[in-house]
Design a protein around this ligand. Structure first.
Ligand code: ATP
Length: 267
């Protein structure tokens, strides 16, 4: 069964002054266990598409299914975890209490919560920070806590909106490596919004390229995952550069512009 199926999704925002057509008849399928990134110029509707999948917004037309369920049912059944650019941690709770929050909200007993948070903090390498508060952690560590929290209920799907967007380049590359390892270990499917072409290629099985408003999917680049994963350093592999070039060309074909479609990082 597919993790995500979006069929003919259109989203029109009606504001007092005008109507904004953010998405226009978008079709997207994400297989179980697949890592798909969404990339495109600023304002093309990437976050809107993610919010439709998460049932944080409803499509104006079209349908969204998550593991064969309507998006709303999937949300109620906690079929996915979410992580955004702002980690969204609660400052008055410890790291462990933040990770346990979804479990607590959904009635998991204290002992089971503790066992799960211990396991998750090990997974993201933060076991010794369990009793600290978020403001005692670096931005990268806070993002790792947010990822641990998103994984708390064993979701088979993770929805991530620029989770590393606010981090410095070195931290970002390290967390990209960690995310690949974590996703490999959990087998979760991921829909990942990013502005960075190398980040999308490093992480993904497929990179979905969107057009400026109204957002449509204009290209889908299959990343040469197998060739890349065999390399000593993925970012130095020929297959990595080939896929980066393919995504860049897909974006520029759309823009008809010189490198650097607005809002897309090429570094
Ligand atoms: N709640 C809203 N009300 C009105 N317009 C909205 C709303 N949310 C998004 N939009 C508009 O829809 C379009 C798509 O927004 P969205 O945030 O999905 O783009 P994006 O591709 O994620 O952008 P960025 O890369 O800059 O984060 C934009 O023009 C935005 O202004």
């Amino acid at each position: 069964m597919n993790a995500v199926e979006v069929r003919g999704a259109t989203k029109v925002f009606s504001t007092r002054r005008a109507e904004v057509r953010a998405l226009d008849a978008v079709d997207l399928t994400v297989a179980d266990g697949e890592f798909v990134s969404l990339i495109g110029p600023s304002g093309c509707g990437k976050s809107t598409l993610l919010r439709l999948i998460a049932d944080l917004d409803a499509p104006t037309a079209g349908e969204v299914d998550v593991f064969g369920m309507a998006a709303r049912k999937a949300r109620l059944e906690h079929a996915y975890g979410i992580a955004f650019q702002q980690s969204g941690l609660l400052p008055w709770r410890t790291v462990r209490q933040n990770v346990e929050l979804p479990l607590q909200l959904h009635g998991t007993a204290a002992a089971a919560r503790r066992a799960r948070s211990t396991e998750l903090l090990d997974l993201v390498g933060l076991a010794e920070f369990a009793e600290q508060h978020p403001d005692q952690l670096s931005g990268g560590m806070q993002q790792r806590v947010a990822i641990a929290r998103a994984l708390a209920e064993h979701p088979r799907l993770l929805l991530m909106d620029e989770p590393f967007g606010a981090l410095d380049e070195m931290t970002r590359e390290r967390l990209q490596g960690e995310l690949r390892r974590i996703v490999g270990e959990t087998g979760a499917a991921v829909v990942f919004v990013t502005h960075s072409i190398p980040e999308a290629v490093y992480l993904s099985d497929r990179v979905v390229v969107m057009s400026p408003r109204p957002g449509r999917i204009t290209d889908v680049v299959d990343v040469e995952r197998r060739a890349m994963d065999g390399a000593d350093d993925i970012r130095e592999a020929d297959a990595f550069f080939a896929s980066v070039t393919a995504v860049r060309e897909a974006l520029h074909g759309r823009e008809g512009a010189a490198p650097g479609a607005r809002g897309v990082e090429t570094r």
